[in-house]
Ligand binder design. Structure first.
Ligand SMILES: Cc1ncc(COP(=O)(O)O)c(C=O)c1O
Length: 291
C-alpha cells in the first residue's frame, strides 16, 4: 500500500511531500486537523469529520478555497489512488503562509494536506487486557481560551505533555481534568464510565473535544437499550464505576481498567464495554463512504 499525500493539489508519495517552513501552523500552531479511519475500503464517518473541520475553518476565519463537497471528492479520490482497504487519513488545513502572527500580514491561502497512511495507536493486547491510565497534572485548555470544539493543532502541546507524563508512569493513557477538577478526556480520546448499567460520559461543556467516535458510541449504546448520561464526572465516579472505556478515531473503543493503579470494577474489561466494542467493530466494517 503506497502512503500517498495530496498537498495543495498535487498527489505524491509520503516521502516526497514537503511543505513550506513559513506555514502558519508550523510557526504558530495555526491549523486544524482531522484523523479519519478507513475500514474495508470505506471512509468511516467522513461527513461528520468534514463538518467539524468546516465549523473550525469558519470560526477561525480561514479563507478556504475548496468547498466541503470539493474537498470530500478530493479525499475520496486520494483514497482510491492509494488503493487501501484499512488505514488512517490525516487531513490538515492551515491558515496560510507567512511570518508574523497577524493574519492580515500573511498569504492567507490555506495549505491543505491529505495523507493516506496507517496507524496503530495501541498494541492489539491493550484491546484485550485494557489500558492503565493515570490522572495527569496537566489540565485541558479552558474553553474561554480555546474552544475545545476546535481540533486545532496548537492545542496539542498540552496533550503531548500529559501523554509524556503517562509514559513516565508506565501508563497507556493520561486523564486530563478541567480547571474545576472535573473529568474532561484523555490525550486523544474521550472517556466513558459504566455504573449499574448506565453509560456515562462528560458533558461537552466539561472542556472535551466532542469526538465523532464519542457521538457514535452514544448512539450505539442507546440503540442497544442503555441509558446514556452526558454529565459532570469526577475521579470519584471513575472509582465507583463498574467499567470504563475510551473512544477515539485512532484509539477506536478500548477498555480502561485502572486509574492511578487502582482497579476500576474488577480491573478487567467489563461485559458492556465488550458489547460496545463488538457493535463498533461490526458497524465500522459494514458502513462508511465507499471509494
Ligand atoms: C483531545 C481529543 N479528544 C477526543 C478525541 C476523539 O475524537 P474523535 O472520536 O473525533 O476522533 C480526539 C481525537 O483525536 C482528541 O484528540
Amino acid at each position: 500500500m503506497p502512503k500517498l499525500v495530496w498537498l495543495n493539489g498535487q498527489v505524491m508519495p509520503l516521502e516526497s511531500a514537503v511543505t513550506t517552513v513559513a506555514d502558519h501552523a508550523h510557526l504558530y500552531g495555526d491549523g486544524l486537523f482531522e484523523g479519519i479511519r478507513i475500514y474495508n475500503h470505506r471512509v468511516w464517518k467522513l461527513d461528520e469529520h468534514l463538518d467539524r473541520l468546516y465549523h473550525g475553518i469558519k470560526f477561525l476565519g480561514y479563507e478556504m478555497k475548496q468547498s466541503v463537497t470539493e474537498l470530500r471528492a478530493i479525499l475520496l479520490d486520494v483514497c482510491k489512488q492509494a488503493d487501501i482497504s484499512d488505514g488512517y487519513i490525516r487531513l490538515n488545513v492551515t491558515r496560510g503562509t507567512g511570518l508574523g502572527l497577524d493574519p492580515k500580514g500573511i498569504d492567507r491561502t490555506p495549505n491543505v494536506m491529505i495523507m493516506v497512511s496507517t496507524l496503530a495507536l495501541y498494541p492489539p493486547s491493550a484491546y484485550d487486557l485494557g489500558l492503565d491510565v493515570i490522572t495527569s497534572s496537566i489540565r485541558v485548555i479552558p474553553s474561554d481560551a480555546l474552544d475545545p470544539r476546535l481540533k486545532c493543532i496548537g492545542r496539542y502541546a498540552a496533550n503531548i505533555l500529559a501523554k509524556q507524563e503517562g509514559n513516565r508512569m508506565g501508563a497507556g493513557e493520561a486523564l486530563m481534568l478541567n480547571y474545576q477538577g472535573q473529568i474532561a478526556e484523555c490525550t486523544g480520546d474521550n472517556i466513558f464510565l459504566i455504573e449499574k448499567g448506565v453509560v456515562r460520559t462528560p458533558h461537552p461543556s466539561c472542556g472535551i473535544l466532542r469526538g465523532v467516535t464519542r457521538d457514535t458510541v452514544i448512539q450505539m449504546a442507546k440503540d442497544a437499550g442503555y441509558t446514556v448520561e452526558e454529565t459532570i464526572l469526577t475521579t470519584f465516579d471513575v472509582f465507583s464505576a463498574d467499567e470504563a472505556f475510551l473512544t477515539g478515531t485512532a484509539a477506536e473503543v478500548i477498555p480502561m481498567v485502572t486509574l492511578d493503579a487502582k482497579k476500576i470494577g474488577t480491573g478487567t474489561p467489563g461485559p458492556i464495554t465488550k458489547e460496545i466494542m463488538s457493535i463498533f467493530r461490526t458497524q465500522t466494517t459494514t458502513t462508511g463512504v465507499e471509494f
